[in-house]
Design a protein around this ligand. Structure first.
Ligand SMILES: Cc1ncc(COP(=O)(O)O)c(C=O)c1O
Length: 436
């Protein structure tokens, strides 16, 4: 492979200086494996970026994309449409909790979140409550990087440089507490942290608040699993004060918890669900916002004459090629029973993760379904251990996502027991080192 000119591509969420000195690249992928341009093999411990639930290089998706490109490569969805997007919307609605069945498409999780914000505002306005313009989010939250999502963000590095352009958001506390350390599954304590929402309603006036956004499992901060009873309590308070409850399921959607959506897994029906990533198994960018029937109906009913009901949409909303990739992905999930496989494999997965407990670098372990967070002992500069360990793991043959002082281990649902053991053997080797 020739020399690569790395001057021009500005990598996202990357220390570009460091990367140019020591590039870590992938040139090929198949199943749960990546290969570098030099031909070195790595195991994929994070399903790409929690996208590739069915593993890499799925021929069914490639074939569907190829066929769609030749049949209808593009159409706008402003006053036009293609049958394929209606087919996909129906398939997605069938997987969702009953009643959440109106689907708006975008191309990224960030677009889904910002679309959900605008749908909330439009809904309240349509019902004569246009003064509800404030949102509630949570410390340590990640809701993408567009301006709405940046406003909701509770991870300091993702907000700090961008103040002044954000919308009005009040934050609840995050749900991790010291006594939850090394809880497997849902922690038993912490449900009362949901009462922050009630306090905010009383302090700011519930009638100024449009909705509350939460990740059912906070993924990007390092997998924070909701305490037992916490999400139920949020639902009750949102109902009491007329707030919309939005579950951001960009990571948890499509089987990661062992159910199609975390909403079903935890038995809570939100008003809106955002999703992306595994919708197309990561193969083509696509996201969606699913809303309750009556939310869409209220917005439709309020529209005057022939004008569009929602002045919002993207050039690539419901891109036919993305729709084809998504339908092929949903076919794979269904035909191979992959959500069921995620549920059945989860105890083995979590046992392997919790087997890392006594290693030199590990300070906490968390996990649910097929996602886990490994909290690392910080170095003298807190927040950097994750990326240091991530680089070492790469050189040892394992790709994972890092965040602050944590790594997120969330392999594909097709990972075999043997492959899982190979992955945890690498984790054991690296996290057992005292000298990092
Ligand atoms: C919960 C959540 N929301 C939104 C996003 C943003 O998605 P994207 O990177 O596709 O914009 C992410 C990405 O990880 C996410 O985890």
């Amino acid at each position: 492979m020739g020399v690569i000119n790395m001057e021009h591509h500005w990598l996202p969420f990357t220390n570009n200086r460091l990367f140019r000195e020591e590039p870590q690249m992938f040139a090929r992928a198949e199943g749960v494996r990546y290969w570098t341009p030099e031909g070195d093999e790595l195991l994929d411990g994070s399903s790409g970026l929690f996208c590739c639930a069915a593993g890499h290089g799925r021929r069914e998706i490639a074939d569907a994309v190829h066929k769609q490109l030749l049949e209808l490569d593009y159409t706008t969805h402003f006053q036009r449409a293609a049958p394929v997007s209606f087919e996909l919307a129906t398939r997605v609605a069938e997987l969702l909790p009953k009643g959440i069945d109106r689907i708006f498409f975008g191309s990224s999780g960030s677009e889904a979140v910002d679309s959900a914000i605008k749908i909330c505002l439009a809904y309240h306005r349509a019902r004569g409550q246009g003064q509800r313009t404030r949102f509630v989010s949570r410390a340590w939250a990640y809701h993408g990087v567009n301006l709405g999502g940046t406003s909701l963000a509770g991870m300091v590095n993702n907000r700090r440089d961008f103040s002044g352009v954000t919308c009005d958001v009040v934050h609840m506390r995050h749900t991790w507490t010291e006594e939850q350390r090394f809880s497997k599954g849902q922690p038993e304590t912490g449900a009362e942290l949901a009462d922050d929402l009630e306090d905010i309603c009383k302090t700011y006036g519930a009638d100024t608040i449009a909705g509350v956004f939460v990740e059912p499992i906070a993924g990007s901060v390092g997998t924070i699993v909701p305490p037992q009873g916490y999400l139920q309590r949020l639902r009750e308070i949102a109902d009491k004060y007329g707030l919309l409850l939005i579950f951001d399921e960009v990571i948890t959607g499509f089987g990661r918890t062992g159910s199609a959506f975390a909403a079903q897994e935890f038995g809570i029906t939100p008003d809106i669900i955002t999703m992306a990533k595994a919708l197309t198994n990561g193969a083509v960018p696509m996201s969606a916002v699913a809303v309750k029937t009556e939310i869409q109906q209220a917005i439709i009913d309020a529209a005057e004459g022939d004008r569009p009901e929602l002045f919002h949409g993207y050039t690539y909303s419901a891109h036919p090629v993305a729709c084809a990739a998504a339908i092929a992905s949903l076919d794979i999930y269904r035909d191979h029973g992959l959500f069921e496989r995620a549920k059945a494999f989860s105890p083995t997965f979590l046992d392997q993760v919790f087997g890392l407990r006594n290693l030199a670098q590990v300070s906490d372990l968390r996990g649910y379904g097929m996602i886990s967070g490994i909290q690392l002992k910080p170095s003298d500069k807190p927040g950097l251990k994750g990326s240091i360990v991530q680089r070492i793991l790469f050189n040892e043959g394992l790709h994972v996502k890092a965040t602050g002082d944590a790594i997120i281990f969330a392999p594909a649902f097709v990972t075999t027991e043997d492959e899982l053991e190979q992955m945890t053997a690498i984790l054991r080797k690296v996290l057992g080192r005292a000298d990092i």
